[in-house]
Design a binder for this molecule. Structure first.
Ligand code: HEC
Length: 192
């Protein structure tokens, strides 16, 4: 019976739609119960859709960040950005300094960090693309209230998010000893 249903589903939908449905099913009560393989599975399943979505409206970061340096070995899980899987990309200006994950630093002007997110919803029982979070280091004095960082966000459909600088910065300022950067979780950092 189950077998026949599967065949019927395959006949009705293009293969990719069937696969996408299967591989985003999310049932864990607690995201911290996910195994590394499950986390990587969600990412593999959604990564093409994410990049297409963030770039869909031609956003200056959303359409190019995938060519940048990946700053971690695997998607990390973070509570502070919600129930999300996160992976951060650094542009050429930022990459070398960022991947030292060092304290007492000042990121070079023009640094851009773009963080993909996958939202895990036990209510919807699905993993789906979340926003692309972006930080850009402006020239000195460019944004005195946020240590010259400009915060931005791109929705999964490519539209720019409406965000308040203070909302992002009030949390990031907790890391002011490393130029307001939170860095990926230690277990997914690149080895030095
Ligand atoms: C409640 C705290 C909190 C808030 C609010 C917050 N962030 Fe973050 N952010 C973090 C932490 C912690 C990290 C590092 C963890 C990770 O990426 O795995 C991080 C990482 C980032 C990164 C990757 C660069 C880095 O810091 O290592 C970007 C880009 C980013 N956030 C953008 C934003 C934007 C844009 C907003 C507002 C829409 C925002 N964040 C709001 C805590 C926060």
């Amino acid at each position: 019976m189950k077998f026949r249903l599967t065949l019927a589903a395959l006949a009705m939908f293009p293969a990719s739609a069937v696969l996408a449905q299967d591989c985003t099913a999310y049932t864990a009560e607690d995201p911290f119960d996910l195994t590394e393989a499950e986390i990587v599975g969600f990412y593999d399943c959604l990564k093409d859709r994410m990049a297409e979505g963030y770039g869909a409206e031609g956003d200056a970061v959303g359409s190019v960040y995938r060519d940048w340096t990946i700053t971690q070995t695997a998607p990390g899980l973070a509570g502070v950005h919600g129930n999300r899987l996160l992976i951060t990309f650094a542009n050429d200006i930022a990459a070398e300094q960022y991947t030292q994950y060092a304290e007492d630093i000042e990121m070079p002007v023009g640094s851009i960090l773009a963080k993909e997110s996958i939202t895990l919803s036990s209510k919807r029982q699905a993993a789906r693309p979340g926003p692309l979070f972006v930080m850009t280091k402006l020239e000195e004095g460019g944004a005195p209230e946020t240590d010259d960082w400009l915060y931005a966000g791109v929705q999964p459909n490519g539209k720019v998010m409406n965000i308040k600088q203070s909302f992002c910065h009030d949390c990031h300022v907790a890391y002011d000893y490393q130029d307001n950067l939170g860095y990926p979780l230690e277990e997914v950092r690149l080895s030095q």
